[in-house]
Ligand binder design. Structure first.
Ligand SMILES: Cc1ncc(COP(=O)(O)O)c(C=O)c1O
Length: 391
């Protein structure tokens, strides 16, 4: 057992001087390497949260560090008003791998910004205002993205700001046929809902989403902020169902933990009016250099196939746990949820006590998002630790 050492001094500083939107735990991480993190007292933890899926190559990956050092010394910032050699190189390298026959890429700095941009693009492309999103979906917290997020406690204090959004059930295709109309600018959904409890969309639902958007002239936005860049065992999760979204939102694992976001834009979107959207930091040379190193590493090291293989091993082993507390184990690739019949929080705390960092996904789901470089031995250790805390 790790015996979590609290760092009350550091936590107190953040409590007193930080904006206080998130209740930070009394534990400070100071270093990481591969799938491991170390706290201020030198104890090590298996990182099965990966900064909510962002540090997909683990910590201190040499390829990413090399790109960071080299580019930081050359040129950090260059706004989109000028071209950049690294940005052009990244766009060229990523484009053939994007789903949905994407033809262009808008670069920004986070997941919520990518959703915000996709919503604006959908409105410009269709001239319509209606948005359809899914129950239990999570798309971010800026004003537009926030209204597409399902969780009422995030949305309600800001009701009336941002677009009108209708939420439909995540699964029944008939609901989509009824909700998406000639007034709908976009339907936005996740292929696997992350924050909403690691829930997989039925393939028929995803196919119906594509079809109904085509029929009614609405844009299909697939939010791959959490599922993208190999997490689910395909480079992008929508490949599992073979659908071609009009807009794909990307972030988190795109640059191995460096803040970056993007929207892949498909052929149904015409030229956008100049100045209709933009970002000072979006697509900075530093972010692009790290994203390029990330993409190359994912492809060269076969991390997508590895996520599929190790994800299946992990799911099999988790499904072998005999415990009355477990309702269901589900997931895709290395995006895995263990739904309990009781609240997950005490078990997350017990895992942390034993040196495993995991996440909640709703009140009773333990979510595991290990880095794609995780080893089979790490997976076994986490299954054994989970067995222990559930017993
Ligand atoms: C599916 C999805 N979309 C959007 C977001 C928002 O991303 P960010 O926190 O980078 O703004 C998240 C964050 O968890 C997410 O999981």
């Amino acid at each position: 057992m790790n015996a979590v050492t609290h760092s009350p001094d550091l936590a107190a500083i953040e409590r007193d001087l930080g904006a206080g939107f998130v209740k930070a735990r009394e534990l400070a991480f100071v270093r990481g390497e591969g799938a491991r993190l170390w706290d201020a007292e030198g104890h090590s933890y298996l990182d099965f949260a990966s900064a909510h899926g962002a540090t997909s190559l683990g910590h201190a990956h040499p390829a990413v560090l090399g790109a960071l050092h080299e580019q930081a010394a050359r040129l950090i910032s260059c706004t989109p008003s000028f071209a950049s050699d690294v940005r052009a190189a990244y766009l060229t390298e990523l484009m053939p791998h994007l789903p949905g026959d994407a033809e262009r890429l808008f670069l920004c700095n986070s997941g919520t910004e990518s959703v915000e941009a996709a919503l604006k693009i959908a409105r410009l492309a269709t001239g319509r205002t209606g948005i359809v999103a899914c129950m239990r979906g999570f798309h971010g917290r800026t004003l537009g993205a926030l209204q597409t997020t399902w969780e009422r406690r995030y949305r309600d204090p800001f009701a009336g700001w941002g677009p009108e959004v209708r939420h439909v059930r995540y699964g029944p295709a008939d609901d989509l046929r009824e909700a998406v109309t000639e007034d709908t600018a976009a339907l936005i959904l996740e292929v696997v809902q992350g924050e909403g409890g690691v829930r997989l969309a039925p393939e028929a639902f995803l196919r119906a989403a594509e079809l109904v958007c085509r029929e009614r002239g609405a844009m299909l936005i697939v939010d791959e902020v959490q599922t993208g860049f190999g997490r689910t065992g395909r480079l992008f999760a929508c490949e599992h169902a073979g659908i071609a979204p009009d807009l794909v939102c990307l972030a988190k694992g795109i640059a191995a933990g460096f803040p970056m976001g993007a929207v892949a834009i498909g052929p149904r979107v015409a030229e956008l009016p100049p100045g209709s959207h933009g970002s000072t930091f979006g697509g900075s040379p530093l972010a692009c250099a790290m994203a390029r190193a990330t993409l190359r590493t994912i492809l060269d090291e076969g991390l997508v196939e590895r996520a599929a293989l190790l994800g299946n091993m992990f799911l099999d082993r988790l499904r072998g746990i005999v415990s009355a507390r477990v309702r269901e184990v589900r997931g895709l690739g290395l995006m895995v949820g263990v739904e309990l019949r009781e609240r997950a929080a005490p078990f997350l705390a017990a895992l942390l006590e034993r040196g495993v960092v995991a996440l909640a996904a709703g009140p009773n789901v333990i979510r595991f998002l290990p880095p794609l470089v995780v080893s089979p031995a790490d997976l076994d250790e986490v299954v054994d630790t989970l067995c222990e805390v559930l017993s």
